[in-house]
Design a protein around this ligand. Structure first.
Ligand code: BGC
Length: 572
């Protein structure tokens, strides 16, 4: 295919044609709010729902379509709320159900949809079901809701199988090892994550029925959808067989083909949930957090009668390399087109080192599990430059895009957090070999000159903020031309105006041919991301819409795109 415009004829290879339907989630930009670190209205140093509500104006002005809230349910916070003790209540540190209602009202008034997190693979050990199971003892119906088993070995002293916890150590805990447990209770229970996160047994109809009721509870309250935690994990292979492999979060997908993940039976659950959501108006949506490879396997979660979106971790984990990124983008669009679903794009979330810092490492895009004292420290300026380029590339792609709070400020990871302040269970469960995820969860800086940079009305923060973050504060960037915040705002407005989320994609072959660049067209917008060292000249007469960095002068009549820079231009 060729595209003619006044000054050039571009040869392109079409990849994707446009959306398969009009639903909002096919093209939405969805902003992840991590409640404990977004904004603190109560003053205790931990973010809360009223804090989020008070800052929704920032998100409306940013130009996103929806927010996804990480868990705010009642929880002992053994895994920052991904250990739910009551799925129908709000933890007092975050507020109350009335605060959820106020947040929903305000968000909807601002035209922002709200997705909440659902954690169905496991409960907290404080959940009434688990407490009942401990008391009820072996063989009880209460234990059947989880995976309790006798141990192996002459005295049951060995775990029932060889599975490992994703946070490190065995995936089994013996009941009598728990504080206050019956000394004679030698059964073990399965937890793919922390000891305090027992896995539910999804073979039991009662468990399935309970979660359908939980979905309805929140749908009735007005939520627009759910992000499903560990969506590939609920169904385990019959008999929980030994495996011999290891599991890891997100980019462990290649290794995650064991009997605990991505079993065919899990899809029945999503078919039934799809039917529940379809009873409600407003195109409510389910998004899968599933670390599954290859992309064709991931696409099975978003078949027409299952979920609506799945996070595209293949994109998040790509190295900063032209060929890798091009291949992943092509493959992502092809796999989701096959089932009529939108592709999603994501670069950062609460489980990974922020992309500003990953891209500043000597192996750009490598994904260590946390960074701390003694580790390679990212090059902050280089990382930010590349992160801005990566973001502009992502926001130009058709499909739905996810942003993680603070990336619109260009926030780096906290890479020098004191180890004794770390709260992620991965830090101690891994025997201090993995720093974990605290560095991307540090409370946001809102005001350059205020205590706690305006995060908390009490001036406190549950994790310390680096002093260098004053330069990243939202109020230091609003209205400042070229700031990261203004770049995001401009890009999101242009994405809407040029309908890029619902657009098409074709690779532009001739501009990329001689350079280390990704060049694509989406509708009337030409996008150039230069990962090489040689500047890439733009077609003569190109009109620049937004750029992640300064452009260089090309020949007498044109501009060129320097290294680690993305630019959007119109062709006609
Ligand atoms: C969440 C993590 C959490 C884990 C266990 C993940 O996929 O994103 O933050 O620790 O599930 O619930």
């Amino acid at each position: 295919m060729t595209i003619a415009h006044p000054h050039a004829t571009l040869t392109t290879t079409p990849v994707h044609d446009g959306p398969a339907g009009p639903q909002w989630w096919r093209s939405a930009v969805i902003y992840q709010v991590y409640p404990r670190s977004f904004a603190d209205a109560s003053g205790d140093g931990i973010g809360d729902l009223p804090g989020i509500t008070s800052r929704l104006g920032h998100l409306a002005a940013l130009g996103v379509d929806a927010i996804w809230l990480s868990p705010f349910y009642r929880s002992p916070q053994a895994d920052a709320g991904y250990d739910v003790a009551d799925y129908r209540d709000v933890d007092p540190i975050f507020g109350s159900l009335a605060d959820v209602d106020r947040l929903l009202d305000r968000a909807h008034a601002l035209d922002l949809r709200v997705i909440v997190d659902l954690v169905p693979n496991h409960t907290s050990d404080d959940h009434a079901w688990f407490q009942e199971a401990l008391v009820a003892g072996p063989g009880s119906l209460a234990r059947a809701r989880y995976h309790f088993r006798d141990g192996r070995g002459a005295h049951g002293e060995l775990p029932p199988n060889d599975w490992e916890s994703i946070f490190g150590g065995p995936a089994w805990t013996r009941v009598d090892a728990r504080p206050g447990a019956e000394a004679s209770d030698h059964q073990w229970y399965l937890h793919m994550f922390d000891t305090r996160q027992p896995d539910l047994n999804w073979d039991l109809p009662e468990v399935r029925a309970e979660f359908e009721e939980i979905l309805r509870f929140w749908l009735d309250r007005g939520v627009d959808g759910f992000r499903i935690d560990v969506a590939h994990g609920m169904v385990k292979a019959p008999g929980l067989p030994d495996w011999g492999g290891t599991v890891a979060m997100i980019d462990g997908a290649a290794a995650n083909h064991g009997p605990m993940f991505d079993q065919d039976g899990v899809h029945d659950i999503y078919r039934s949930w799809h039917r529940v959501l379809a009873e409600y108006d407003g195109d409510r949506a389910l998004v899968a957090e599933a670390w599954v490879e290859p992309l064709a396997r991931l696409a099975r979660y978003v078949r027409p009668d299952e979920m609506h979106q799945a996070f595209n971790f293949a994109f998040l984990t790509s190295r900063w390399q032209t060929s890798t990124l091009r291949t992943v983008i092509t493959a992502s669009l092809a796999a989701s087109d096959e089932v009529g679903a939108p592709t999603t794009w994501v670069l950062s979330n609460h489980d990974v080192v922020r992309h500003t810092s990953r891209l500043g490492l000597s192996s750009p895009g490598a994904r260590p599990n946390g960074i701390g004292h003694g580790d390679e420290q990212p090059d902050e300026a280089l990382g930010l430059r590349r992160a801005r380029a990566a973001t502009l590339l992502m926001l130009a792609l058709p499909g739905s895009a996810y942003l993680y709070q603070g990336e619109e400020l260009g926030l780096p990871e906290h890479t020098a957090l004191d180890d004794d302040l770390r709260q992620d269970p991965a830090w101690w469960r891994s025997g201090h070999t993995e720093r974990g995820r605290d560095g991307c969860r540090v409370p946001l800086p809102w005001s350059r000159d205020a205590p706690s940079f305006g995060f908390s009305s009490g001036g406190r923060t549950w994790l310390p903020q680096p002093s260098s973050w004053s330069a990243y504060a939202a109020d230091a960037q609003v209205g400042v031309p070229g700031s990261t915040l203004e770049m995001y705002r401009t890009a999101l407005a242009l994405r809407r105006e040029h309908v890029l989320g619902a657009g098409s994609l074709a690779w532009v072959d001739d501009l990329a041919e001689t350079s280390d660049a990704i060049v694509l067209v989406n509708g009337d917008v030409l996008v150039v991301t230069n990962l090489g060292t040689t500047p890439v000249p733009l077609p003569v007469g190109a009109h620049v819409l937004v750029s992640s960095g300064d452009l260089a002068d090309g020949d007498a009549r044109s501009l060129s795109v320097p290294t680690d820079t993305t630019v959007w231009v119109t062709l006609i």
